[in-house]
Design a protein around this ligand. Structure first.
Ligand code: SF4
Length: 241
């Protein structure tokens, strides 16, 4: 079986899906988000190690009792750069009755991705901006594939949480937040919106790999603006985490 390119594992994750989760950070991402706090996961060839889905699964099994109320999440990077590995890993988890989640930007979409999605109980879909121009500026890629991906999840009724980072001076914009909230309110497979306040905790990683942090000087989101963003989604009847 094809080996996965892995950055790291986390055995006690509490922020990537419901409950306590075993989190697998895969290596490789087609996006270049300006606020990325995992920029060390961008290049596949920088993987810390390679392992088969069976090897990852054996490691997960050591923590089975801890993740009983949660499950397993594959994140990155973008795990869907390696759909075959993800599919096999999630399949093994499902056979053991473990809840599975994929955290993705939704940029990659093909038959292999569709097969991997079959074994996911939940998709955490990161929508970085609802404005195509801003999305491209922020991530380096087009928004359209992500919206197509979201529509596919809706079509197949796949439970979905949408994650959205609110960045002062960029996505902290009432008009854009309202536009995203309006777009999402028609998704009957949407269980939750996770509004994430911008912080620059990953800045040191950019320095470590010799890159200049593009959002230097941007302050973290204030509690007031964080509340404001959450209230916009709530006002559309959406459940906000
Ligand atoms: S999608 Fe995630 S890992 Fe990829 S660049 Fe954006 S924030 Fe970083």
């Amino acid at each position: 079986m094809k080996k996965g390119f892995i950055h790291s594992h986390e055995s006690f994750g509490t922020v990537d899906g419901p409950g306590i989760r075993y989190v697998v950070f895969t290596q490789g991402c087609p996006l270049r988000c300006k606020y990325c706090h995992n920029c060390d996961t961008w290049k596949k060839e920088d993987a810390k190690f390679l392992e088969t889905p069976e090897q990852t699964f054996l490691e997960i099994c050591r923590y089975k009792n801890f993740i009983k109320t949660g499950g397993v999440t594959v994140t990155g990077g973008d795990p869907l750069t390696q759909p075959e590995y993800v599919k096999e890993l999630l399949k093994l988890c499902k056979e053991e009755g473990i809840h599975t989640a994929i955290d993705t930007s939704g940029y990659l979409f093909n038959d292999k991705v569709k097969e991997a999605l079959e074994y996911a109980d939940l998709v955490l879909l990161d929508i970085k901006s609802i404005d195509p121009v801003q999305y491209k500026e922020l991530t380096g890629v087009e928004l359209e594939p992500t919206l197509k991906f979201a529509n596919y999840l809706k079509e197949i009724g796949k439970p979905m949480w949408v994650r959205h980072v609110v960045v002062p001076g960029i996505t902290d914009n009432d008009e854009l937040l309202e536009k995203l909230a309006d777009y999402l309110k028609d998704f009957d497979n949407l269980e939750k919106v996770e509004v994430l306040p911008y912080h620059s905790l990953g800045e040191y990683k950019w320095q470590k790999i010799g890159l200049e942090y593009p959002l230097k000087g941007i302050e973290q989101l204030s509690p007031e603006r964080f509340e404001n963003a959450k209230n916009i989604f709530k006002s559309r009847g959406l459940s906000v985490k």
